[in-house]
Design a protein around this ligand. Structure first.
Ligand code: CP3
Length: 343
């Protein structure tokens, strides 16, 4: 198994990037064009594995992430899904909850079986790298299912959980069940670390956060740990602010991905619980590059010096990111380490 964290290694801050595969890479754009739609690419195991490996070949990153999307779960549940150029995901109408409850979830996952084949290919090609599988957290996936796409106001989802709470809870239950089954299958196919993306955790009030963020993420973590105690679990409850402290009290994860705004106490709390912190360079800085970017990278490495730390971004790599700024980021992280070990 690839190591998650290599202590006493000269390169002891492992590094990877959220959305490390994607449109900022010319080799991705080429393959994407050949395959037609984004979903076609996701469901072509050879091509998807190739996309996962593109950033590894170019940058020698420490982790390989499965190439897929969190929205394959609504697709597996029978909701229409397409990705529109320049617009993002567009989902069809949400099925009635009674109908969703009757679905055989194992059977639903057969619809997205190519994902497991992609992992199987990656497992054979990963060499010394660590392979990451992932899914969206129930609330974030439910957000897309109800909004039927990307939303700025989140009116529909907030309305849904506030006015149809019981229904929302029933949907969350289905999503947490299918997420656990899905992740277990990814682990069986070769994923060594799993990551659960809760991109919209930050829009909820404290009570809602407990019910729709902490509870389902805890369920997923506990279920995965029960059947696969050696698998490292990563959670990314984005923009949780101070609520992240409650999150780690309940969700006994191995790795916590953080954005730029985290509470002062988090570093100490993570250390106490032996949680690795992952993050947190703003991807916008990578658009500009230069000395400002290098200073920020060094500041982050210094900030997390007393924690176990995996270098990453606070959100995904942006499509307009110049490739040389990604190279420079990796060099800066690795040079910082060698400077540290020779001083
Ligand atoms: O390299 C990797 O990180 C692995 C692949 C990956 C993708 N999406 C590929 C992708 C992962 C881990 C995701 C997660 C994902 N998908 C999240 C959680 C993380 C986050 O960004 O908050 C979310 C919310 C989604 C849903 C999604 N997928 C949206 C809103 C969009 C449209 C916006 C955009 O960037 O185009 C996508 C499309 C998507 N997912 C692309 C990629 C490479 C772009 C597709 C293309 O080629 O046009």
């Amino acid at each position: 198994m690839g190591k998650v964290f290599q202590e006493n290694d000269k390169r002891n801050t492992p590094i990877w990037f959220m959305r490390q595969a994607g449109r900022y890479l010319p080799e991705y754009r080429k393959l994407r064009q050949e395959k037609g739609s984004f979903l076609d690419l996701c469901f072509d195991p050879e091509a998807a594995a190739e996309v996962s490996l593109q950033p590894i070949r170019r940058f020698d990153l420490d982790f390989i992430i499965l190439f897929s999307d969190i929205l394959v779960i609504p697709f597996a549940l029978g909701q229409n899904l397409r990705f529109v150029e320049g617009e993002g995901p567009v989902l069809g109408d949400l099925m009635a909850i009674e109908k969703l409850e009757k679905l055989n979830l194992e059977k639903c996952l057969k619809k997205i079986a190519p994902v497991f084949e992609t992992l199987d290919i990656l497992k054979q090609k990963k060499e010394n790298k660590t392979l990451i599988g992932f899914c969206g957290a129930p609330f974030t996936v439910m957000n897309y299912m109800v909004e039927k796409g990307t939303s700025v106001s989140h009116h529909k989802i907030l309305n849904f959980i506030r006015n149809q709470e019981k229904k929302a809870e029933r949907l969350i239950y289905i999503l947490q069940e299918i997420s656990v089954l899905y992740l277990k299958k990814q682990i069986k196919a070769g994923a060594e670390v799993i990551k659960v993306f809760d991109s919209w955790a930050g829009i909820l009030s404290e009570n809602e956060y407990e019910k729709f963020v902490i509870k389902p993420n805890k369920y997923i973590n506990d279920e995965i740990k029960k059947s696969n105690p050696n698998i490292k679990t990563t959670f990314f409850p984005r923009q949780s602010g101070d609520k992240v402290l409650k999150f780690i009290e309940q969700v006994k994860c191995d790795i916590l991905a953080v954005d730029e705004k985290y509470p002062k106490k988090l570093k100490e709390e993570a250390k106490k619980r032996d949680i690795i912190l992952q993050g947190n360079l703003n991807p916008e800085i990578l658009l500009i590059g230069g000395p400002k970017m290098e200073k920020k990278i060094n500041d982050i490495l210094f900030d997390f010096r007393n924690n176990k730390h995996i270098f990453n971004l606070s959100h995904g790599v942006l499509p307009k990111t110049p490739v040389q700024n990604v190279t420079k980021t990796i060099d800066t992280v690795r040079n910082y380490e060698s400077r540290k070990s020779t001083s």
